[in-house]
Design a protein around this ligand. Sequence first.
Ligand code: IMP
Length: 207
Amino acid sequence: MRTDRRLLLASHNQGKLRELRELLRDISVMITSLDGFPHLHAVEETGRTFAENASLKAGSYAKQTHLLTIADDSGLEVKALEGRPGVFSARYAGPGSSDELRTQKLLSELASLSPELRSARFCCSVALADEEGKIIHISNGICEGRIAIAARGLGGFGYDPIFIPEGFQQTFGELKPEIKNQISHRARALAGTRAFLRSLTGSSKAR
Ligand code: IMP
């Protein structure tokens, strides 16, 4: 049963929103997204870490909307690039560039590297702010893997077509969403948030 407590998912990224909604589907809240609030001030991601940026976004959007708010900040860290693009994953090929340009840029930077040297990991921090904008919970998740030689698969979003999670041969772009939602950085970070939200909202059903 859903309560009338509202939860704002502070993102316009449709890929992220789809995953967050699915991962929170058994929590007793009414979920809404930034798409329902076109006049809010955009938050600049000036933090140096995923957790800092997630907190900046959750706190600011909660203050502006007076809603319980979740923000996710995530990105891809590539070992051969000393952790780049990291917190700059969304802006890697310049502001406003497409997912395809970003993945092509990364593939060309790694072009000379063999599969053993293509280690990478997705990182995600999820911050939860209360209706006054106070951060009440932060959790983190990581998904280890490697960068494919070429893009494969049409599923997911962002860097999914070039990321092969550990233990699989397919990219996230090729794997079913149900599989990604069991092992992804976002699912792992959300596990902590879900437990906290269940206690906050009185949701009893476990996944
Ligand atoms: P931000 O969290 O809004 O700063 O954006 C994170 C960026 O990292 C996204 O625009 C994607 O390019 C990338 N990213 C984060 N999570 C994923 C994922 O699950 N799959 C593919 N790309 C992702």
